[in-house]
Design a protein around this ligand. Structure first.
Ligand code: A2P
Length: 337
């Protein structure tokens, strides 16, 4: 990729879009020119990048002339339509949607895990699902030395995963609830304030797993390059504004101890251990939000497995950063090298 590249952000006004800008800025990513794209509703809005105001333009088929890098986060249907158009115009697309993740010729990349895959792109690179990334960044260092045979995951997913409008719905419904007012939910399928519900993606009638759970299974296998891992996930939306938590239980090939996991994760990139048993202080969305590491704690033997091969842990990661914008910008950084 040409450096410094001409960068386009598709979905610049969205929850992830504004984090793209923040990550590019904070990580001193070289940018020759910046183009901010969104729907016609946002034309004329201004966003600041490196102290300079940029006007948002409407996304059209002509938006990608001269663009070297296009960061997409405007939903799957926009990616499906405009991703190939951007790639054909010569841009490298890093796509945050699920549109291309499982396509055999599209690399699905977490830079701490499979950076080499990014090099095999044919114009489009996919950014994995947020719950997948947050689970597998800390699991990879374990998998490399003692392969994970089985993963059980339960997620506690924030509003941010459903976009800026869902975050606003959580705020509005909570305020209404505290003031004793009625609130009509329009973004998420159920009342959100002081409630939680099974992830708002559709449920497959055959397997009875929802789309988010299926993504976690398929994407983990693709990124690890290991189709044999047995995975079962339960994905739940909780009334937290930003940052997902997950309870993870793994069964490894050989016996493993919490001390071994601590030692592996202490030196793992993108991971921070937060495991203070004395103070009962473990990963929380409040601490995960706004920073790039996956926080890991509650690292303990799974005592339901007498073979000693199983470990339980609890993780938290910022869905908008490592789960989306940060991972995408890290992928783009691989292309500069
Ligand atoms: P807009 O703000 O103009 O609606 P989020 O994930 O937070 O819901 O954000 C979605 C992003 O995708 C927003 O930037 C939104 O722009 C953008 N988007 C939604 N629909 C379109 C569309 N038809 N064309 C271009 N951008 C779109």
């Amino acid at each position: 990729m040409k450096s410094p590249p001409v960068v386009a952000i598709v979905g610049a006004t969205g929850a992830v879009g504004v984090e793209f800008l923040r990550c590019l800025e904070e990580r001193h990513f070289p940018v020759a020119e910046l183009s901010l794209l969104a729907s016609a509703r946002s034309v004329g809005k201004e966003l600041t990048f490196r102290g300079v105001k940029h006007k948002v333009a409407e996304l059209t088929e002509a938006s990608f002339e001269g663009v070297d890098l296009a960061l997409f986060s405007a939903g799957g249907s926009i990616s499906k339509k405009f991703g190939p158009i951007a790639a054909k115009a010569g841009a490298i697309v890093v796509d945050n949607s699920s549109a291309f993740r499982m396509a055999p010729d599209v690399p699905l990349v977490v830079p701490e895990i499979n950076p080499q895959a990014a090099r095999q792109h044919k114009g489009i690179i996919a950014n994995p699902n947020c719950s997948t990334i947050i689970a597998i960044v800390p699991l990879w260092p374990i998998h490399k030395v003692n392969p994970i045979r089985r993963l059980l995951a339960a997620t506690y997913q924030a509003a941010s995963g459903a976009g800026a409008a869902a975050m606003q719905e959580l705020l509005d419904s909570t305020r209404a609830s505290l003031e004793g007012r009625e609130h009509k939910h329009t973004v998420l399928p159920h009342p959100y304030a002081f409630n939680l519900f099974s992830h708002n993606s559709s449920v497959d009638p055959q397997t009875l797993y929802n789309e988010e759970e299926i993504k976690m299974t398929r994407e983990t296998r693709k990124i690890f390059g290991d189709d044999a891992i047995r995975i079962s996930a339960t994905c739940v939306r909780v009334p937290v504004l930003r940052a997902h938590c997950e309870a993870l239980t793994i069964e490894c090939d050989r016996p493993i101890t919490p001390a071994q996991v601590h030692a592996l994760l202490a030196k793992a990139p993108g991971v921070r251990i937060v495991d203070d048993t004395g103070r009962n202080y473990f990963p929380m969305p409040k601490d995960a939000a706004g920073q790039g590491d996956v926080l890991v704690g509650r690292i303990r033997q799974d005592i339901s497995d007498p073979s000693g091969k199983s470990i339980a842990m609890f993780v938290a990661g910022d869905q908008l950063l490592k789960g989306a914008a940060l991972n995408a910008v890290q992928i783009a950084e691989l292309l500069l090298k």
